[in-house]
Design a protein around this ligand. Structure first.
Ligand SMILES: O=c1ccn([C@H]2C[C@H](O)[C@@H](COP(=O)(O)OP(=O)(O)OP(=O)(O)O)O2)c(=O)[nH]1
Length: 152
């Protein structure tokens, strides 16, 4: 796992969010699910989503949402990331569910947030919801999948 000094060099756009062994990630927007979707023979049809009215979001009990993360991220070739929830959310009965960040990925991270509780949970755009931990990848390839964005 990479530490502070390496992370600041590899992720200069996130320098102010670097922690001793990871990078804090801030909530940008929250989206609700508006339709079904499918994954059949690797043909993906993503559900339609709708941006919630911003500022402070209210997560209903037993409901799933998508959350975008502020700032686009570039994961350098030779490194991969895992994203772990902030424990304050877990202590509040809210989970942040995530996958792997691939070497070479550039774009906006999207996570799923689920309010497991029996009560509403309020969260504001800009608050930290997860921490990225970064690992070197031996013999790394480079991501070029459907979520790759063109670097500006
Ligand atoms: O929780 C996560 C984890 C990763 N990513 C980003 C970074 C990752 O590199 C990219 C693609 O993730 P993945 O490889 O899991 O996508 P896929 O479902 O395999 O789709 P595709 O094959 O089109 O890339 O999405 C997220 O937005 N959210």
């Amino acid at each position: 796992m990479l530490g502070e000094r390496e992370l600041v060099k590899l992720f200069p756009d996130f320098a102010d969010l670097v922690q001793p062994s990871g990078i804090d990630l801030e909530l940008d927007k929250i989206y609700t699910q508006e339709s079904g979707g499918s994954l059949i023979d690797n043909e993906k049809n993503l559900p339609e989503i709708k941006e919630m009215d911003g500022g402070i979001y209210t997560l209903k009990p037993h409901t799933a949402y998508l959350a975008s993360i502020k700032r686009k991220i570039k994961i350098p070739k030779g490194y991969a990331m895992l994203y772990l929830p902030r424990s304050t959310l877990l202590r509040s009965f809210v989970s942040v569910q995530t996958a792997v960040g691939d070497p070479g990925f550039y774009g906006t991270l999207m996570f799923m947030i689920y309010n497991h509780g029996d009560y509403e949970y309020k969260i504001k755009s800009g608050d930290r919801i997860a921490q990225a931990v970064v690992f070197p990848v031996v013999g790394s390839g480079e991501y070029n999948g459907s979520y790759q964005e063109v670097e500006e």
